[in-house]
Design a binder for this molecule. Structure first.
Ligand code: SF4
Length: 405
């Protein structure tokens, strides 16, 4: 899929078989919440994350039992595993021994140069990349004292210091994150970092909290940067089931055109004075039946046939209500008219056929009379209900106010 915006060229690293940076597709990461020593429980979550769209999964390596768990998890995992390391550099060495595809080190709590260099040497031997994962909440205390607060300059300086130590050890297989829980500071930190280095960047708003606020914070920060061409891999840090994180990350990339849609994209009109059905109820019904099949198409549920097919002409398929009937349309063209209470079932049936046979075939199989019936219903509605949105009246009122200025 062609990007509609230019992405900043970064170096490319590989996390297991997955390229990150250097023009590679932006990847989704998430992190397990199980105890790593619980091998089966953790693997079940890794599989669920993979199913939701995660390309890479991070797992904490916080004690020896966790490192031993990793040794069992890594060979059975469907995605590359990154070990999350805090405080104890020896656990990074243990995680490498366990076969992980990547390490995340926190410069705020692994501070001794000789420890960082020891990890770099061991990671280089295994061709395993390291993420320098700076976090505003656990910033190096010297930098916090120097800047007085975790400002973007402080986060970037922390990252650069650690990168310098890694580079001194001859290590360049690096990606970086400078996460902040305050969205404008997060965006400013990554912008500054992106101007300063060409290593691939891992984006995230840290401690974003539970949805929906956590989702909004993450989308605000991550999408802003991605649209500026900054960022090579992303993680939503939600206080929620991590499956929600992975799904949110995947959906964001799909919406930005950075990833092919994996499943259903259900859109619906917000409803207005013209609506011929309770759009919210119909959407819920449609969502239930369509999500169960996860068809890789965009489906529109529209409140009225007067404007619905036109407003949703970009959708692969849709349905619009009007005078007790459902009007099925493909790419804006009405192909079938059914009873209103059968429209969700008909939508599912047509959606399945569309996926199997393609747009051309389904347009060719359209009911020849459907377009005319829809046009007549729309004309009928306009005649019967008049202008339900009082368009002419409101336009006149607006013109009057504007003219009076
Ligand atoms: S005009 Fe029709 S399709 Fe558009 S928002 Fe109103 S009800 Fe929905």
């Amino acid at each position: 899929m062609a990007d509609v915006f230019e992405r900043k060229q970064t170096r490319q690293i590989h996390v297991g078989g997955i390229p990150v940076g250097g023009g590679a597709p932006v990847t989704v990461q998430s992190m397990t919440t199980t105890k790593t020593a619980d091998v089966d429980g953790t693997l079940a979550q890794v599989y669920a994350l993979r199913g939701a769209g995660a390309d890479i999964v991070r797992i904490t390596c916080n004690d020896v039992a966790a490192a031993q768990g990793l040794a069992e998890i890594v060979p059975r995992s469907p995605v590359p595993i990154i070990a999350d390391i805090h405080f104890q550099y020896r656990l990074a060495l243990a995680a490498l021994e366990a076969g992980v595809a990547g390490l995340r080190l926190n410069p705020g709590n692994i501070r001794k140069p000789e420890h960082i260099k020891a990890v770099a040497v061991a990671a280089a031997e295994r061709k395993v990349p390291i993420r320098v994962g700076v976090n505003a909440g656990s910033l190096d205390k010297d930098l916090l004292a120097k800047y007085g607060a975790p400002v973007p300059q402080a986060l970037v300086e922390s990252a650069l210091h650690e990168i310098h130590l890694l580079e001194e050890a001859g290590f360049g297989d690096i990606k970086i994150s400078v996460k902040h829980s305050h969205v404008p500071s997060m965006v400013a930190s990554y912008r500054l970092l992106s101007e300063t280095v060409d290593y691939p960047l891992h984006l995230g708003v840290t401690e974003a909290g539970p949805p929906p606020a956590g989702l909004m914070k993450s989308v605000a920060g991550i999408a802003t940067l991605l649209l500026e061409g900054i960022g090579d891999t992303i993680r939503f840090s939600l206080t929620a089931d991590p499956v929600e994180e992975a799904e949110a990350g995947r959906r964001l990339l799909e919406q930005l055109g950075l990833r092919e849609r994996a499943g259903l994209d259900l859109i619906a009109c917000p409803s207005c004075g013209r609506a011929e059905v309770d759009v919210i109820t119909v959407v819920k019904e449609a969502q239930q039946v369509l999500e169960a099949e996860n068809l890789p198409i965009q489906v529109a549920v529209m409140g009225c046939v007067v404007n619905g097919p036109g407003e949703a002409r970009e959708a692969d398929i849709g349905i619009a209500a009007g005078r007790g009937k459902g009007h099925l349309f493909i790419k804006g063209q009405v192909v079938r008219v059914v009873k209103e209470d059968e429209m969700v079932a008909a939508l599912l049936d047509e959606a399945r056929k569309l996926v199997e046979e393609g747009v051309e075939a389904r347009l060719a199989a359209a009911d020849a009379a459907a377009g005319e019936i829809a046009a007549a219903t729309a004309a009928d509605l306009l005649a019967l209900r008049g202008d339900a949105n009082r368009t002419a009246e409101r336009r006149a009122a607006v013109a009057e106010v504007a003219g009076g200025e």
